[in-house]
Design a protein around this ligand. Structure first.
Ligand code: PLP
Length: 459
């Protein structure tokens, strides 16, 4: 394979050694981050002023008093107020390699020496190809996906997926989606998302039909969902453009369903010629395999698939039959050069360094984390912390019976005590963790102490 001028430069020994020196310097500063620490009294006022200003410019205060100082170490991040937190949400799932990872930083720096900041779909550079090729190499291992189109976020990847399905089934309009789905923030993705709070004041397009998600407590839940799917199809025969779902629900509550829940619905869609679009924006790289369709074993059924977050870029995969006609999807941006390089480096690490599979690093973290939550729920936090579950690095637990106000309050107490996580779910609210793949057993012990302290502080 030939190398371009830009690549030769980025790989030149001199440039690499400059980058390595710079990364070394950052790492020696990062080494001082040894664990959770409280804010520095000398920095609190300035940090508060900055956060207030952020609130003013964006017209809404920050959710957490969080502004990163630009340095971290593994699962730890330093904030502008001098505090260090254990970050178990990582930007809602972006930083799978944690903070200040030397290889991610070096790759980002190499990308920064490209001639352009953001690569366009009209004029891409080599990194565009390398990243896309790696994505396809991974995606095609257990699916029929053959092409990938880059975009800069999950919402846009989803818009492209929907357009591809609609063009294929033109003029079909209706979308079948799950209860409690989340699909992003564009006008149509806000409608596909099953949460009226995220579309207050927006008109309804009435293009979405709902199927209930799996309910392990209700006998016959899978049969019921299949029956409802069939009813929709019978009622809207010829007017259904796709069936879409998250293989594990994210915002909706970290809801997991077994393979047997999906297969009859997927078989029925195939029988009826209904396109299957799997939204892996949150699950990509997190479930112990690159794709949750691998974890759940239904890759053969997938026609279209979307990712973002840990990839550092959005992307829509298509099978050959679903490759849209020219003109349907485009857009100025394909991705920032630095993000494409960093995304590729992250994928290479995940692929080659024993992260994936039943005995990989991701599942090891999963088992330890779940065991820690169970232990708390059975001992000091009995009755206050229930139902830990999830797949791989996506883990949720229900504190205080899932009462929204209490769970929200707990996230703030946890933040104060040094642990950052977030909520998910409707009706029953849960604490959710998007645990980085570099989390150590020691970090999980720290999480346990902070969870216990915070829950007991509130109880
Ligand atoms: C399943 C799912 N789809 C789509 C999106 C939207 O992605 P983005 O926020 O990058 O636009 C998200 C974001 O959380 C998601 O979890």
């Amino acid at each position: 394979m030939t190398t371009t001028k830009g690549q030769q430069l980025a790989q030149s020994a001199k440039l690499r050694s400059h980058i390595d020196e710079a990364v070394k310097e950052v790492m020696s500063a990062a080494a001082k981050i040894e664990g959770v620490r409280p804010p520095d009294p000398d920095k609190i006022a300035k940090a508060k002023e900055l956060m207030d200003q952020i609130g003013v410019v964006r017209g809404r205060p920050l959710h957490y008093p969080y502004v990163g100082s630009g340095i971290g170490r593994g699962a730890y991040v330093e904030l502008e107020d001098g505090s260090v937190k254990l970050d178990l949400i990582n930007g809602i799932g972006i930083h799978i390699m944690g903070h200040s990872h030397p290889r991610v930083m070096a790759a980002t720096a190499r990308g920064a020496f490209s001639d352009v900041v953001v690569q366009g779909n009209l004029e891409p550079n080599r990194e565009y190809f390398d990243f896309s090729k790696k994505l396809l190499d991974i995606a095609s291992r257990q699916s029929r996906l053959k092409h990938v189109w880059l975009s800069t976020c999950g919402t846009m990847a989803n818009e492209n997926a929907l357009k591809a399905c609609r063009q294929k089934k033109s003029p079909a309009r209706m979308i079948i989606a799950m209860d409690a789905a989340f699909a992003g923030r564009s006008t149509l993705m806000a409608e596909l998302t099953d949460n009226p709070n995220f579309r207050v004041g927006l008109p309804q397009y009435n293009e979405v039909l709902r199927v209930p998600w799996y309910d392990q407590k209700t006998k016959g839940s899978s049969e019921r969902s299949l029956a409802i799917l069939k009813e929709h199809v019978a009622k809207h025969e010829g007017n259904i453009c796709c069936f879409t779902f998250e293989p594990m629900q994210g915002e909706g509550g970290y809801n997991v369903a077994p393979r047997e829940f999906f297969i009859p619905m997927l078989d029925f869609c195939k029988e009826k010629g209904i396109p299957i679009w799997v939204d892996e924006v949150q699950t990509f790289t997190r479930t112990g395999q690159f794709f949750a369709y691998e974890t759940l074993g239904f890759g053969d059924y997938v026609d279209v698939c979307t990712i973002a977050k840990t990839a550092q870029n959005g992307a829509t995969f298509f099978t050959s039959e679903f490759n849209p006609k020219p003109g349907l999807i485009a857009g100025t941006f394909s991705g920032a050069s630095a993000a494409l390089c960093a995304g590729l480096e992250i994928l290479e690490m995940l692929d080659k360094e024993n992260y994936m599979g039943d005995s990989g690093k991701i599942m090891k973290i999963h088992h330890e984390f779940i065991a820690m939550l169970k232990r708390l729920g059975q001992t000091t936090c009995k009755g206050l912390l229930e139902s830990p579950e999830g797949l791989g690095l996506m883990i949720a637990v229900t504190p205080f019976g899932g009462v929204k106000e209490k769970v929200d309050k707990l996230t703030q107490v946890l933040f104060k005590n040094g642990l950052i996580c977030f909520t998910c779910g409707r009706g029953t609210y849960r604490l959710r963790f998007l645990v980085p793949a570099v989390t150590t057993s020691e970090d999980i012990k720290v999480a346990e102490q902070i969870l216990e302290k915070s829950i007991l502080e509130m109880a």
